[in-house]
Ligand binder design. Structure first.
Ligand code: A4P
Ligand code: MG
Length: 194
């Protein structure tokens, strides 16, 4: 059985857009997993932590047959493969993947807290999520539209010039063409099984 999951991705080091595009490909390449939608890309002022560069943030909606902890392990492996070093909590990173929601699950397990314990107060998560699913509900918190209406959206700017493809061979954008850009693996779209 497959579950609908919402993932928030962020990067504020290196080739940010190329890393996020590689992440979309890697999530779509996980066993029994398809990326159903990728949000617009936002450039966002860092929240918390030390002084650090602005982030690119986006949200993915996926369907997966993986169990929650197996999905977490897989996303942490993808983070590590992006060159992420866990130096400092809330510090700069090449790639952060947060599991915002996993079906309707609610859990206060610190290893995997569901929904993500800070998602409801983060415009850099809720704005891109709302773009691709205006009727979304954050389990235990309510409609994303209502949560977003109560937040300050300053410092969260849409970047229409930066586009993530769900299943393409790479985004053709100035940032993706920088020398450090990686060429994401092409992904063959898979039909979703009921
Ligand atoms: N963990 C528990 N629940 C979850 C979940 N739902 N999804 C545990 C993912 N991980 C979860 O995470 C620490 C531990 O959280 C993991 O071992 C996992 O078992 P981490 O990724 O190693 O460390 P972190 O990211 O520094 O800490 P944390 O608490 O995940 O930070 P956040 O909440 O992810 O915040 N500002 C802007 N503008 N954009 C950003 O993307 N991101 C952060 C990081 C701070 N400021 C930001 C942004
Ligand atoms: Mg994190």
């Amino acid at each position: 059985m497959r579950h609908r999951v919402v993932l928030a991705v962020g990067s504020n080091l290196g080739d940010r857009l190329g890393t996020l595009q590689g992440c979309v490909q890697a999530i779509g390449g996980l066993p029994d997993t398809d990326v159903l939608a990728t949000s617009p890309v936002y450039e966002t002022a860092p929240v918390g932590g030390p002084a650090q560069p602005d982030y690119l943030n986006a949200v993915l909606i996926a369907a997966t047959g993986l169990r929650p902890l197996d999905l977490l392990a897989a996303t942490q492996r993808i983070e590590a493969e992006s060159g992420r070093v866990r130096a400092e909590r809330f510090g700069p990173r090449t790639l952060d993947i947060d599991i915002i929601s996993f079906a309707e699950e609610v859990s206060d397990d610190p290893v995997l807290t569901l929904p993500h314990p800070r998602a409801h107060k983060r415009a850099f998560v809720l704005a891109p999520w709302h773009d691709i699913d205006p009727g979304a509900i954050l389990p235990g918190r309510g409609p994303v539209a209502g949560l977003l209406a109560g937040l300050d959206r300053g410092g969260v700017r849409r970047r229409p010039d930066l586009v993530l493809g769900a299943a393409t061979s790479g985004a053709q954008t100035p940032e993706a063409r920088t020398p450090e850009a990686r060429t994401p693996k092409a992904q063959t779209p898979k039909a979703e099984t009921p």
